[in-house]
Design a protein around this ligand. Structure first.
Ligand SMILES: Cc1ncc(COP(=O)(O)O)c(C=O)c1O
Length: 420
């Protein structure tokens, strides 16, 4: 018998209170947020506009509109790309729910494509077989901050005349062949929610290089009006609109955080590389792959357990939870991200988005098949993964990374203690 696991009454590796919360807050954040609080208006104005400009400059985009969520920005992308009733939009089978539900918000139909197990991103080899005459766009998700294979995806999009929407909600600063994500497609969405590398409580950004797409996205953003400047509103509704505006407090917070984003990302590169190095000889772990030319931003360090080697292919998900429980008892903040692949979720299985079978029953739609067996890699990933964010980010330091590695080593080399 090896070292006693904490879950079996042994001493935990990471003492309670070691891991510091995200994001780091300093006086710049206080100064910016207080200036927004003391300003005459808290609705979309000075800080929001400055944030749009600063973020676009940081990312290398021509135009940006700040929103109250990444989901809102994704919906704006759909509309900017003219996706409408009955149009099909390709989405990876494993991603955040709103990468796909944003499609239904405009009566379009998500068509799922399996992921590549190694990168966890959409499998470019499987995209063409999902294309039909109704396909309008591909939503590319740079999952967990690793860019998708943009050369392959853009080539397919060109061949079939499809729009490309980048869901860069998790991928601030990630680069593909030296270029930042959010600059490859027709438009892109970023999120600034609590867990994101640029975190402002909540918030989002729509970005594009196209003036025409900017105008279409803007029409959706504030009740279907068309203004850029609140002072110039005519309060006329020109088209179906939502209320997706960001506000001054969140934008001020985001601006302050943006000033330190490059430091955060540099640290995450270091911490994730160190963790990969430290875990390289720990048994039964499948560590993240970083193909040549890809620069992930270290958003969510995702490990898969080799359930075949562990003898747990038959109960992979249940045994994965047991390992996670053991890791958590050692003090590792690790969890399961999406518990279901998207096509398995009730909304897609029932094909009932907002009653009476819509949008799938819409006369413009053609039938789609969401049988879960079509997405084996997404399912395998879903059942065997665990991921972590905070322990690998500032204000934590590399000593935390070493403790995390030690805890993984302890659990994985004493895994027999979980068999009963
Ligand atoms: C890949 C992905 N897409 C979209 C979203 C939606 O972002 P938000 O929560 O800001 O709406 C998230 C985050 O939750 C995400 O991780």
């Amino acid at each position: 018998m090896g070292e006693k696991l904490a879950i079996r009454g042994g001493k935990r590796v990471i003492p309670e209170g070691t891991i510091k919360k995200w994001p780091p807050i300093d006086d710049t954040d206080r100064e910016f947020v207080l200036s927004a609080l003391d300003a005459p208006s808290h609705t979309y104005s000075t800080h929001c506009k400055a944030f749009q400009e600063e973020f676009a400059a940081w990312n290398g985009n021509k135009y940006a509109i700040t929103t109250n969520s990444g989901t809102a920005a994704l919906h704006m992308c759909l509309v900017a790309c003219d996706c409408g009733t009955g149009d099909e939009v390709i989405v990876p089978a494993y991603t955040w729910s709103s990468s796909a539900t944003c499609v239904m918000q405009h009566n379009s139909i998500p068509v799922f494509v399996d992921i590549d197990f190694d990168t966890m991103n959409i499998d470019p080899d499987k995209i063409e077989e999902a294309i039909t005459p109704k396909t309008k766009a591909i939503i590319v998700v740079h999952l967990h901050g690793l860019p998708a294979n943009m050369d392959r995806i853009l080539a397919i999009a060109r061949k079939y005349n499809l729009r490309v929407i980048e869901d860069a909600c998790q991928a601030h600063g990630a680069k593909y062949k030296g270029q930042k994500v959010g600059t490859f497609g027709d438009c892109a969405a970023f999120s600034f929610n609590q867990n994101k590398c640029l975190s402002a409580g909540e918030g989002g950004m729509f970005v594009t290089e196209s003036e025409e797409m900017l105008a279409k996205a803007r029409a959706l953003w504030s009740f279907g009006e068309t203004f850029e400047d609140m002072a110039k509103r005519d309060y006329h509704v020109y088209s179906m609109g939502w209320m997706y505006r960001n506000n001054e407090l969140s934008a001020a917070f985001a601006r302050a955080q943006l000033r330190r984003l490059d430091d955060y990302l540099a640290y995450q590169k270091e911490s994730t590389q160190l963790l990969t190095e430290l875990l390289s000889d720990v048994p039964h772990l499948i560590l993240p792959t970083v193909p040549e030319g890809y620069e992930p931003n270290g958003y969510n360090y995702t490990i898969r357990f080799d359930m075949k080697a562990l003898g747990h292919e038959h109960d992979a998900s249940a045994f994965r939870y047991k390992i996670i429980e053991a890791l958590r008892a050692e003090g590792v903040e690790t969890g399961v991200w999406q518990r279901f692949i998207l096509p398995a979720m009730a909304v897609f299985q029932a094909k009932n988005g907002y009653g009476k079978g819509c949008p799938w029953q819409c006369p413009h739609a053609q039938p789609v098949d969401y049988s879960v067996e079509r997405y084996p890699m997404a399912q395998k990933h879903c059942d065997t993964h665990t991921g972590m964010t905070t322990p690998l980010r500032l204000p934590n330091d590399l000593s935390t990374v070493r403790l995390v590695a030690e805890a993984f080593r302890k659990v994985m080399t004493n895994i027999d203690q979980l068999e009963e």
